[in-house]
Design a protein around this ligand. Structure first.
Ligand SMILES: [Zn+2]
Length: 284
């Protein structure tokens, strides 16, 4: 199975759709993090949702989905660029017994935040309470409340891959009946076929009797935006005394990117150089 997203449109109905499958990239996102399976499931599903939303970016930048709550899940974020590279991470209560918990325990009193950040221009943010029995329902509610767009989302995953399907009414939708008709067709999908059959075969299987136009087929990948420069930017937020103390103890400051788990190490010279460059760039 390949990591791809397909976009299509039911032109006579005025309804658009997208189908995404993430396997190698989602494995890369969750590997070595030691997430409880409930958290890993949710992170993979959030990645599928975020990639589904990212295809509508019409400029250079990124879109992110963030869940925050006071239950077992503290914070979960996935960020996807306009080039469909994504990364994600979750913070959770490590003392919990996750075998006894479900989705609603994870996201207790939580909220979902969708942020669009263009490289140039204003950032947009929509926030809604997390209401629903699963992530798909929460995202459907988000679209109803903040965008007034009738949207249905199906998400299926196992321990190493995730599938997502989105159907969304366009402003010129023909009728409610046409939306319900596509909903009924999509609801016949089983988790097993979604995770074992390629997108294009599934699309044909589901919609071969409909007037559907395939728009794009794009590759999705795991991609972390961390760099020595960004890590140093974070590091110099510490006080000089704190940095000095770490350098005295171990000769370097070791840092790990929380998304990709890449290790970085900076010595005194690295930090001094970065500070002087940072000072120069803010003067100009
Ligand atoms: Zn990274």
């Amino acid at each position: 199975m390949t990591d791809k997203i397909h976009r299509f449109i039911f032109d006579t109905f005025g309804i658009r759709g997208e189908m995404v499958h993430l396997a190698a990239s989602s494995q890369r996102m969750i590997e070595a993090h030691n997430y409880p399976s409930l958290i890993a499931d949710l992170l993979q599903q959030a990645a599928a949702v975020n990639v589904l939303l990212a295809t509508t970016l019409k400029f250079e930048g990124r879109i992110s989905i963030q869940l925050q709550g006071s239950g077992a899940l503290k914070m979960l974020v996935v960020q996807t660029t306009h080039e469909l590279g994504y990364r994600g991470v979750a913070h959770f209560d490590e003392q919990q017994d996750y075998s006894k918990l479900g989705f609603t325990d994870l996201i207790k009193d939580g909220q979902m935040c969708i942020t669009i950040e263009p490289v140039k221009g204003r950032r947009y943010q929509g926030v809604v309470p997390l209401e629903g029995n699963n992530l798909a329902e929460c995202v459907e509610t988000y679209f109803k409340q903040s965008e007034q767009l009738n949207t249905r989302i199906w998400l299926y995953n196992d321990s190493s891959q995730v599938f997502g399907l989105l159907i969304q009414a366009l402003p010129d939708m023909l009728s409610e009946e046409s939306f319900q008709h596509l909903e009924t067709l999509a609801s016949t999908l089983t988790a097993d076929e979604c995770l074992t059959v390629e997108n294009d075969v599934l699309l044909h299987r589901l919609f071969h009797d409909e007037s559907v136009i395939n728009l794009t087929e794009e590759t999705v990948k795991f991609s972390c935006e961390c760099s020595p420069e960004k890590m140093l930017n974070a590091l110099i937020l510490l006080s000089d005394d704190e940095i000095e103390e770490i350098l005295q103890e171990s000769g370097e400051v070791a840092m790990t990117c929380e998304f990709c788990l890449n290790h970085y190490a900076f010595n005194e010279v690295d930090i001094k150089q970065h500070k002087s460059m940072d000072g120069n760039s803010t003067q100009h």
